[in-house]
Structure formats: structure tokens, C-alpha cells
Design a protein around this ligand. Sequence first.
Ligand SMILES: [Mn+2]
Length: 512
Amino acid sequence: MMKKWSVANLGENAEFLECINAMCQSVGVSSACAKMLYRRGCRTVEAAEDFIQKNGLSIYDPFRLPDMQKAVDRIVKAVENGENVAIYGDYDVDGVSATSLLFLYLEQLDSDMKLGYYIPDRFAEGYGMSSSVIENLAEKGVSLIITVDTGITAVAEIDRARELGIDVVLTDHHECREVLPNACAVVNPHRKDSEYPFCDLAGVGVAFKLVTALEMTFTGDRNLAIRNVYEKYSDLATLGTIADVMPVLDENRNIIHFGLMKIRRNPRPGIKALFEQAGIPIEKCNSSTISFNIAPRLNASGRIARASSSVELLLLSEEDEYETAESLAELLGEYNKSRQDEEQRILEEVFSAVEKTHDFEKDRVIVVSGDTWHPGVIGIVASKVVERYGLPSILITFDDEENSGSGFDVGRGSGRSACGVNLVEALSHAGEYLVKFGGHELAAGLSITRADVDDFRRSVNEYVRSIETEGMWVVTIEADCQLEASDVNMKCAEDIALLEPFVPRIPRPCFI
Ligand SMILES: [Mn+2]
């Protein structure tokens, strides 16, 4: 892989220069900082000030989300009738924080409602809703399922719920397909008919808006409702928004700004215990410590065992539950440690296999298989292989009970893309060698029999050769601007800190 550095083209005309000058004079930032602000969308002094002071709060009316009124009406009915309600979540940080947020909110309402939650097992069930789980919930007398961070493609499963007499209120933030499930309400900012001004909410962001809408309905006071919900739940919304790498813009910026402040000032026991277990003082809570230290711990339970221990931890809300919080945080810390060890072990095996067997002259896609790799970890390792070689990489593991070493073994694979290769299209091209596959442009999963691995490798590489263009394998790094050595001083560092928080997808400051 080659890296090409360039300075971002900001269209440096008279208007641009005038704007940069105005920002330097009126906001008092250096010209490097002004250029960064400009590149992040600030075109006036007011916009720059708002960005820095986290002003101009974008808090939109939750009822502008499609079907929000229907969702609220159905949930209010369940509250009034004391129904048996299940929250259906997901095993990643976004899913577990959304499940916890909605559970905690519904639990504190004065109601006879019976409340439960369900988080799928990554290994037994995989991602998304399952009909057998819904059948199980029906047997337990559940009459309403509320999904968080999941369900937008579960057309058949939601039909099954309907047959069994269960209503479903669906909340999700994943891309919508042509056909939406036939649920009581489908709340998703990505719906084509959505009039909501901001579509990059995380799953927990959508749950946060649902809770705001419910609180507005129960209190009849918009401002009070917003204040209550931000005060009590913005920390949970922050975890999922950062972990799901949502852009820190617009409404997400508010959520994260207030959420981080809440964690620093008044952390709930679970989050406090996680920081302590990670050995990080809670004052150091920011977007980086959350994405690199806290989120992996909350994720590890779903990768190594069951994600419900992460939900249990986040549900603790009383000070006297701190001991329980400590022991759960300890457990997540151990899961995270074994995840890291496993990751390191696989990584070493994969790197040595690539160096020995991969034909860099001929093949652009790395396909490596192993016999003992934990299927919950190979996705993370695949991204590290991409980082090192800059090539699309697919790892396959035959690690399960049926592993006999024969050609009939079925293995699971996980791939990550690079350099604009559409992974799902590459897999479709090699589809005849796969048992199953799915995913999107940048990340995908598959299953394959051992006997087909070599043909599969040949076939995806054939595909990538057929779409190869000149310069495709060069990674371009765009810097904000060029700095002189004398520009690199305390003022510069302080200016950069004004623009926090940084997370992936929002360009981190980068200079030549
Ligand atoms: Mn999500």
C-alpha cells in the first residue's frame, strides 16, 4: 500500500480568506484552527463560535421522526394496561446501551407493566431478530415488543409476531430496504419519508428520542422533558453514539457533550466501575477513553459470552449496588483480556501466514483460514490485517464442534474492505463457493466449506482484478493545512482542544 499526502482543497478564494481572517480576529483562534473549523463546515464567525461553545443546540422535536406518535400511543397504552413488554436489542455497545436506556426509563414509570429485555446471542442466533425468540416471548405472555438498534429488515419475524398477537414498535437506525416490516410503528431516521433534520443518530440516539417523546407526553412540558431525559440518560446515549462511530455533528454533538459531562460529574455505578476497572480516572472521560477503553469492555461480553452482563451492569442505578457493579466490571475486564489475547494470537498466526503464502504480485484480496480462531474476534483481526497491508482481507475459522479437518467442515468468515472494493459484490462474484454471505460494502460475513476455500480465494481475486483501476491501491491522506515548525506551540494545541470531541469519521486534525 502507498500513502499519498495532500492538503485538503478548501477552495482558497477571496471569500475563503475573508472568512478565515474574520474567524482569527473575532474568535481569537490561529489560522490553522480557523481552517480546521472551515473544513468542518463553519463558514461564519457565528458558526465557529457555536461550534466551539457547543451552542446552537440542535434538539429537534422527537415527533418529527416518522411514526413517533404511533410508537408513543402504543407504549402509553401498554403502560396504562400494565402489559407484558419486552425490549429487543442487540449485542454491541449501541444495542446494549439502547436496551438499558429504554428499560431504565420504562421501569421508573408508575405502572403495573411487566418489563423484560432480550439480547440475541452472537453465536447461536447471529445478528437481528429471530422467529423462535419471538415465539418464546409469546409463550411468556408478551404482548408488546419494542426493538432498539434492530429490526428494520426483520419483515418475516415481525409478521410472525403479528400472527402470535404481539404488537411490535420498531426503532432502528440501520439503512431501510424497499419493504418495511409491518409493525405498529417503524421509527427510523433513514426512512425515505422521514422529515427529521438529522439522520445520523445511533440506535441509542433513536431510543433517546423515543424516551424524550414519552416524557413529553407524560409531563406535558417540552423543556422539562428534554432536561429530565438529558440529565438522566445522555450518558448511555453517549456510549452507543461513540461506539457505533456516528459522526459527532448536530444532535450527536449535544448528546456527547452533555453525556461526557454527566459521566465526569455524576457517573452511574456501572460506568464508574468500568473506568475504575480500566484504571482510568473518571475525569479523563472523553471520546477516546470511551472508544478505546470502555466500549471494548462492554463489547467483550457479546464476543466471548453473553452480552446481557453488559446490560446488567448498565442497569445498576443505586449507589448501594456498587459492589455488584465492581464484580460485573471485573468480569467484563476479564472477557476483554481474553478477547485481546485471542486477538493477538490470531493476529500473529495470520501475519505469518500472509508473509509465507500470500502472492502480493498477483492477489489483491487476502484470504486466510485457521482452525482454532474464535469467531467473535476474527472481524477485529481482519480490520488489523487491512490496516497493515491496505488490502481487503477475509479471515475464515473452522473453530466449532463440527471441525473434523475434512473438506466438508463449514467455517465462518469475516471480511473488511479497503481501497473502494465493494465487499458484498466481490462475495457475490464468488458466491458459488459460499454457503451463505451477507453484509455491506465495507464489512461482510460468510460461511464456506473447507474444500472451497482455495477456489473462493481465486474467484474473489479474479473479481478484484477485473475492476482494478490505476491508483486504486493508493491511500490518500488529506491534511487540514501545512504548518511551519514555529506554528506548533501551546496556542496551537489549545486551539485544537477547542474542537473536541474527535471520533472516527470526523477528520481528526491532521497537518503537513
Ligand atoms: Mn447500532
